[in-house]
Every structure is written in C-alpha cells, then in structure tokens.
Design a protein around this ligand. Sequence first.
Ligand code: UDP
Length: 341
Amino acid sequence: MEGTPKRARWYQSSVASSLRVLVTGGAGYIGSHTARLLAEEGFSPFVLDDLGRGHREAARFGQLIVGDVGDAALVARVVRDHRIEAAVHFAAFAYVGESVRDPGLYWTNNTVKSLALVDALVGAGVRDVVFSSTCATYGDPRSLPLREDHPQAPVNAYGASKLAVEHILRSYGVAHGLRWMALRYFNAAGAHPDGTMGERHDPETHLVPLAIEAALGRARPLEIFGTDYDTPDGTALRDYVHVLDLADAHVRALRHLAQGGASGALNLGTGRGHSVREIVSAVEGVVGKPVPHTFGPRRAGDPPALVADPTNARTTLGWTPQYTDLRAIIETAARWHRRGA
Ligand code: UDP
C-alpha cells in the first residue's frame, strides 16, 4: 500500500512522539484513555467531540474543541489553527441494538460524517489517520480465531457503518496518499488503574459494567442473554481487551504510520475467549459479592463466539496486551465503579 519516501523516514521517526494529533470522540470511553496516553507519551492531543454521548470531564487531556466531526469547515479550521499532523477517529455511535432499530442514525453519524471528516482532513493536508473499527465488521464468524482476512459480512448496521469507513479510508489511500490503520476492537473492558476514568454509557448495555453494578446493588439483576449456545457452558464467548491496551495500540499505530509503515487493518484482542458465566464469576470474585442474575433468551445479532487472532497487531505494531488476566481487567473496572461512576 502507500509508502513514504525514504528521505522522510528518519525525520518522521524523530518527530513521531511529538505529533499534534486530532482525537475525535476523545470524550468517550476509549478515546479519553487514548488522549491521556498520547499526552503522557509526549504527543499533543486535540479532542474534537460534540459531547452528545461523551463526557466533558473525560476530555481533560489536551485542548477540547466542542463540535461535529461531520462539519468539514470546522475540521479544516481546527487542522489549520492547531497545525494538526495526524488524526485518531473514535467519534461514533456504538450500540448494536440501536443500529438495528435505527440504521439511518448509524449511516449518518458513523459513515456520512466520517466521509466528511476524512475528506476535510485530506483536503487540509493531514495524511495519517487511525480509525476505530470493530470485530462487528466480520459478522458471524466462519472460523475462529478471527483473522483480518476473514470475510467481512456485518450482520447489523453498526458493523456495516464501520466497514464502509474502512472502504473510504482504503480508497482515499489509493487516490490521495492517505495512510491509515483500521483497528478492529473486540470487547473493550476495564478502566484506568488509577480509578479516575472508566466506562460510562447512558444507557449502559455492556456486560462488565452491568455485572459490577448489579453486584454492588446499584442496578437490577443482570440478565444473561442465552444459555443454549454451542460453547462449553452454553453462554456466549467474547475476547475482552483492556482499554489501556487499546489506547497503546493507537499510539503504536500513529508511530507506525509516521515512520512510513504500510496502511491496513488489525485485530485488537487477547486471543482468548471468556463466557458470560466466566465474567459473572470473575466479577463476584473481585467485588466479593454475588452478581444477582436471571437467564433470558439470546440477544438478536449476537454470534456465539468472537475471538481475535491478534498475531498481525503483534508483528506490525509490536503490540501485545499487558492485561492478560480477566480478573485484573475486572479489578480496574470495579475500582472505577466503586468510586461511584
Ligand atoms: N450480555 C449479557 N447480558 C447483558 C449484556 C450483555 O448476557 O446484559 C452478553 C452479550 O450477549 C454478549 C456478551 O455479554 O454475549 C458481551 O456483550 P456486550 O454488550 O458487553 O458487548 P458486545 O459483545 O455486544 O460488543
């Protein structure tokens, strides 16, 4: 794919850590952890977020610009005023169920606005973009663990809206020299270990926070969706990857692009699957209380198992998840929830 002239490489390598980076969606869960890590690593993050679903208090790493990523004039102005050199694009809606009920919202918010953003970035001279993609672009797995060359046949509008952005990036790479990385996350989980930031969605639909809140007596009993899957204990398997490991992969992807590395898509997961029941017992072990729960039917659109083959992220970015123990991931999340998130 697109390369970088040799002459520029040593220079880009030496400046990679001080890049001025636009972080769209930097007030959200993964975006805020990444903005923080970028700042800690010596980059200059500039957060662009409309605060529609993000939280102002989470966007405290780098300057916050409140606005819409689909506003091309705004993006061009931000790039110019702040001399932006690269972008990490998180801003998106990410509820599978909502995307099934209201696909237009997802096509508009995730795809149409991303097209406007990418076009404005390229027009303003930004060439390096790291994109927040998802394992939902694969659809129902034909084989596990999932490799990046597995067919992409999303089964919901969320996955489809993200896959379309991968196509946009690829075509802009061919036509305009855009250098891009699409990072396909599996199940983001956990919180910053210092307990000051973590996962907060409204409404919350994700397993780990719901199980913790139920154990703490602050939410209704957890409903386990489906006990008749063809898995060892009948509940669905997912690959839970710590949010700081995800943040680390973004920093590495920016450096990779700045150093002339090839564009492409990478899975971000640990390579291990955990069942819903395993999550429940890990939460019980960490919180020290039972997770009140009921059993319900399968949730529409949920594949039985989603597990990454993360080999390519290791070989391309030198990325290996530091949080390999499920309990350690849940401990960081529980610390955040105990603080009254
Ligand atoms: N899940 C569950 N009860 C809930 C929420 C989720 O049993 O209240 C299950 C869900 O069916 C899936 C796993 O937990 O198998 C992870 O779901 P989550 O919504 O956290 O992430 P997703 O896999 O949808 O990205």
